[in-house]
Design a protein around this ligand. Structure first.
Ligand SMILES: C[S@@+](CC[C@H](N)C(=O)[O-])C[C@H]1O[C@@H](n2cnc3c(N)ncnc32)[C@H](O)[C@@H]1O
Length: 243
C-alpha cells in the first residue's frame, strides 16, 4: 500500500522533503480508512490538500488560506482554483483575524480529527490559531503546528532558525515546553475569549518533534541546527483527550 510519504512526494508538498510525512504516518495511520475530517491552515497550490485526499479515502478535507491578504504571492482566486475542487473544501481567511477564523468555522460547520497549521508560521498566529481551533478538534484528535522555529520580529520580519540566545519566552516551542514541564497552558497571543482551562483540561499529551533529525532511512535536510531548513522544521503535536 502506498505510504503517506510517497503520496506526498507524488504531489510535491514539502512535507515529504522536510521529513514530516514519515512522522505523520505514525500519527494518522490508525484512522486512514475512516471518514476523518482533516483541516489545514495554509494550502497554497493544493499539494498537501491533494495528499490528504489521496491518503484518507473516506476523508473530508478542509482548508483555510489567507490568499491575497497573506503576502505569499498567491491570489484568492488561485487558492480556490487549486483547493476548492472535488473533495476539497477551502475558505479564504487570514488566521491572524478571529473574525476570519469564525467565518471559516461557520462555513465548515463541523469538527476535526486532525488540524495542521502550515500557514503564516509566526509565533503569534500559531498560538492564536491553536487557542481558537482547540474547541473544534474532536475528542481523541491531534493538533499539529508546523515550522515552529520561524521567529517573527515586528521590526525585522521573519527570522528563520532561532538560536538559544534569542528571547524565546513567547515562542510556540516555549508554549509547548511550559505545558510539557507541568506549567500549564499560557500564551500572550490567544484571542480574548479563549478558555484556557478547557484547553488544559483536554490535553492528553504534547511533544516537540524535529523530523529532519528523527526521520529514518533517508537523509532529509541539512543537520546544522541553525540552518533554515532544520530550524523551520520543528513540529508541535498536541493530543486531545479521548473523552
Ligand atoms: C507553505 S504554504 C502551504 C503549503 C501547503 N500546505 C503544501 O504543503 O502544499 C503557506 C500558505 O499559508 C498561507 N498563509 C500565509 N499567511 C497566512 C495567514 N495569516 N492566514 C492564512 N493563511 C496564510 C499562504 O497564502 C500559503 O498559501
Amino acid at each position: 500500500m502506498i505510504t503517506l510519504h510517497d503520496i506526498a512526494k507524488k504531489h510535491q508538498t514539502d512535507k515529504a522533503s522536510l521529513g514530516y510525512t514519515i512522522i505523520y504516518e505514525e500519527l494518522l495511520a490508525s484512522k486512514r480508512f475512516q471518514a476523518v475530517n482533516m483541516l489545514e491552515i495554509g494550502v497554497f497550490r493544493g499539494a498537501s490538500m491533494r495528499t490528504w485526499f489521496d491518503y484518507f479515502h473516506q476523508g473530508n478535507i478542509y482548508g483555510i488560506d489567507g490568499g491575497s491578504s497573506a503576502s505569499c504571492g498567491i491570489s484568492d482566486e488561485e487558492i480556490l482554483h487549486y483547493n476548492e475542487t472535488e473533495g476539497l473544501h477551502t475558505v479564504i481567511g487570514n488566521q491572524f483575524f478571529e473574525a476570519d477564523m469564525l467565518k471559516a468555522m461557520e462555513t465548515f460547520e463541523t469538527t476535526f480529527d486532525f488540524i495542521i497549521d502550515n500557514g503564516q508560521h509566526f509565533q503569534e498566529t500559531q498560538q492564536s490559531s491553536f487557542g481558537f481551533l482547540w474547541p473544534y478538534l474532536k475528542p481523541g484528535g491531534i493538533y499539529i503546528i508546523e515550522d515552529m522555529c520561524t521567529h517573527f520580529n515586528m521590526l525585522n520580519g521573519s527570522k528563520w532558525g532561532q538560536s538559544e540566545s534569542d528571547d524565546l519566552n513567547d515562542s510556540t516551542i516555549s508554549m509547548l515546553n511550559r505545558y510539557i514541564n507541568g506549567r500549564g497552558v499560557s500564551s500572550p497571543y490567544f484571542f480574548l475569549n479563549v478558555d484556557i482551562g478547557k484547553i488544559e483540561g483536554n490535553i492528553s499529551g504534547a511533544t516537540v518533534i524535529y523530523p529532519a533529525i528523527q526521520a529514518r532511512g533517508e537523509l532529509i535536510g541539512p543537520m546544522n541546527p541553525l540552518s533554515p531548513i532544520l530550524g523551520s522544521s520543528a513540529v508541535g503535536v498536541i493530543w486531545k483527550n479521548v473523552a
